[in-house]
Design a protein around this ligand. Sequence first.
Ligand code: SF4
Length: 514
Amino acid sequence: MTDTVSRPRAGAGPQPGPGRQDPAAGQAALICAPMRIEAAAIRRRLPDSVTVLRTGYGTARAGQAAEDISRRPFGQLIVMGVGAGLTAELAPGDLVVGSDGCPSAAMLAAELRRAGLRARAGRIAAVHHLIRRAERARLAAAGFLAADMESAPLAAAAGDRPVAVIRAISDTPRRPLAGIVSGGLAALAALRAAAPVAQRWAAACGSRQLLLAGPRSFCAGVERAIEIVERVLARQGAPVYVRKQIVHNTRVVGDLERRGAVFVDELDQVPDGATVVFSAHGVSPAVRAEASRRGLAVIDATCPLVSKVHAEARRFAADGYTVALIGHGGHEEVEGTLGEAPDSTVLVQTAADVAALRPRDPDRVAYLMQTTLSVDEAAEVAAALRDRFPAVRAPGSDDICYATTNRQAAVRAVAAASDLVLVAGSANSSNSVRLVETCERAGTPAHLIDGPDDIELGWLAGASVIGLTAGASAPPAVVAEIIAALSGLGPLSVSERVTTTESIRFGLPKEVRH
Ligand code: SF4
C-alpha cells in the first residue's frame, strides 16, 4: 500500500558540475513512512514540494510498497518512522540512524545532533512483529540499537541510490509497550524535528569527484613522537606521563589515553621519579631544568626540525643578535623557542610588529620561524624585516618544515580544482589551520574537521568536486573514514594529486631505540 502525500519535487538534490554524469541528477528525494501518523508528523516540517509516501504497517505491506517504489523515479530514499529501542541508554524520542548499508549514517546522526536532537548511528534489526522483552535483550547483545518491521524491505528498494533510515524510539527496555503512548508522542515530535535534517541529507547527495592532496597526513616528526609514546607504554606499562598533547590531534591523543598515556599541562602534575615524555613541539630550557630538579626521567619527542630552530636561536643570541621569531603567540613550539634565549628573542607575528621592533643593534638582527607557518604569510613578515633591517640574518635553511611546505603546496593544487576543501585536523593544530587558510587565500571555501561527524551537510550541497587533505598530525585512518562517509552520499570518484613524495624518517631517541 502506498499513499502519495504530496507531488514529487522537480530538480531537488545537488547540482552536478558541468560535464559530469549523475544518474540521480534532477531526481527528487523520496521519504517513506509506514503509518499515516508518522507521515503526517514528517510532512508538517517540509515544503509541499517534498514527497512523503505512506507505505503501510508491517513487513508484508513494506514489501509490497518496495515493489512500487522501485519503479518510481527518485534520487535518494529516506525511510522514517518510530521504532523499538533495544538498549537501556536509549530514551523515548531518541533517534537511531541505521548504519547498515548507509556509510553516511554517522554524518547524518551528527547533523541531527547539531539540530538539537538526541541521535546516534547504529544497527537497526528487522523484525516481523512487535518486539518482546527477551527478544530485545537478544538483539541488543547481537549489537543492534533499534528494531522495526519495515525499514529493511523499504531500504532495499533504493537499489544503488543513496538511502538513509531514521527511526525515532517510542519504547525501550525500561519503558516497554506500557509506556508506548507517551513514548510514541516523543517519537513523533522527534520525527517532525528530524524531517528538515533528512531533507538536508538528500540535498547533500549526488555524484561527485574527490581529489586527495598528496602529500597529506602524518609527517616524520609526528610518527616519531607517537612511536616514542607507544614504545614507552610497551616497555613500562601505564601510566606514561606526557607533557602537553604529544601532537595536536584529538584522535591521536584519545587513542593514546585509552592505552595508558596521561597528558599533563605542567610537570607539577607528574609524580616524583616518574618518566615524562616531552611533546613533538619542544620545551624551553626552563622545563628541562625543572624536570632534572624533580628527578624525572625524560624522554624527548621534540621533532628534530624544532630542535634545529632552538639551536639557531641559541647560536644567534650567543653572537649578540636580536632574534625576531616569526610565529603565533601562545603556541607551544613558540614558547619553547622563545625560552631558549628569552632576553634576546622577540615574537613578531605581523609586519606591524616588525615596525614596532626596537633591537639593541639594528645591524645585528636575525629572524627565525615557527615550523608550521603559512609559507606566504611568513614570507611577508620576513620581507618586512629585510626592508627595515637590510643586514638581517636569515636561518641557515628554511625553518618552515618540509611537511608544512609540502602539504600547503599540495592543497593549493587541489583547491584550484575544487568547489570545497575538507581539511582533516584538530582546531589546535597550527599546520592544519594553515591548510584551511591556504585554500581560502586561493578562493576556495575550506573547513577543518576532526572526522566525518564534523562535516555539515549544508557545505556539500552543490559541491561536485571536493578536495581532501589532512594536517601533519591527523591520522591516515581519519582520511579513510571521511572517504567512506562521503561514499554514502552517491557515486564518488576518488583520485589523488601528488605534488611531491616524501621519504624523510627520523631516528628514535636512545631510551626507546631497542
Ligand atoms: S610538522 Fe614539521 S616540525 Fe612539526 S613535527 Fe612534523 S616534521 Fe616536525
